[in-house]
Design a protein around this ligand. Sequence first.
Ligand code: GLA
Length: 379
Amino acid sequence: MFALPPVHAGTPATAPLPQMGFNNWNSTRCGPEFDETMMKGIVDKIVSLGLRDAGYRYVNLDDCWADWQRDGNGNLYANPQRFPHGIKAVADYVHAHGLKFGLYSSAGTYTCQPHVENRGFPGGLGRERQDAAFFASVGADYLKYDNCNNQGVDARQRYTAMSEALRATGRPIFYSVCEWGQNQPWLWAGRPPVGANSWRTTRDIRDNYPSMLGIFKQNVVLDAYASPGHWNDPDMLEIGNGGMSTTEYRSQFNLWSIMAAPLLIGTDLRKVAPADLQILLNKEVIAIDQDPLGRQGKLVRDSDGVDVIVKPLEDGGIAVVLFNETDGEQPVAVAARELGLRKQTYTVRNLWTHAEAQGDGSLQARLPAHASDLYRISM
Ligand code: GLA
């Protein structure tokens, strides 16, 4: 059986590297196809397509997994139409395939999706202990905790309450804060008493280039706040959902990886196209995202629509993204010293063509509109 890496002690959970996995939201929203059959099919695909072995571990359910009311004891339970065998059956299926299971709730009285008569699905505000105990009891390894219907209660207070409740369960549960960057969570969410593993830095991503670009620009300047186990989260991947070109999807993967962002697949893997799967499976790019040094790349140039981002790596090398955000082709040239390279001899590897060359003092590329290149430079 596939072995999971050892669990690392943390506050409140678990993983020193940015989370990788799947979440249904970007492909299904609350549509009827979001159900047990789909989620089991996704698990099967994560294994058979080689995604598990590439590092994608979490299988996360988003909003609308729950029934719209609590049971007689005040406990959450799964929507019986979508999950007729209950939520633990899904978690067990996920675990039996060597993967980890994630659930969703909101630090408010209801989650974000209206259901009937303007009532949403029950949220965790004021119910933190009971709900955290429920998450642990079904075997959840991950909680995405949203921000809707928060009744104006202070964010730190709300996210601390759930953090403490998760810790009290004794189960390591990855804690993903989702307050959309409203209260500058990069300043507090990663630290005690919240100790979140990641925090969303922006509003929701959409499956189009301007949305992806805008989110990248908001997130890339927050590099100082990311560290192992505590990551900026510019929202999930749209790769495969059809609203962007292959070039643009590749740019999302390059940019998210150099920003040490969570890599959460948001497309229905049961019908993923080969070109999109090839992006998601580029192990050399994934290795940049997952580099053990745990640094988010830094923007070293942002001019004339060209962005240059540099990420230090554990082996003493660096990763570099050159990104042409404009609507026309552009030549890009970057001197080695602009990348912080002091050594005369180094090798440059293009992580998409896999071509390797000796460094000659500069990086040069002709980038089509919206295209990017990702290089690994080793001394
Ligand atoms: C918010 C979150 C999204 C998603 C939806 C679900 O908008 O930011 O990521 O979870 O709620 O309703």
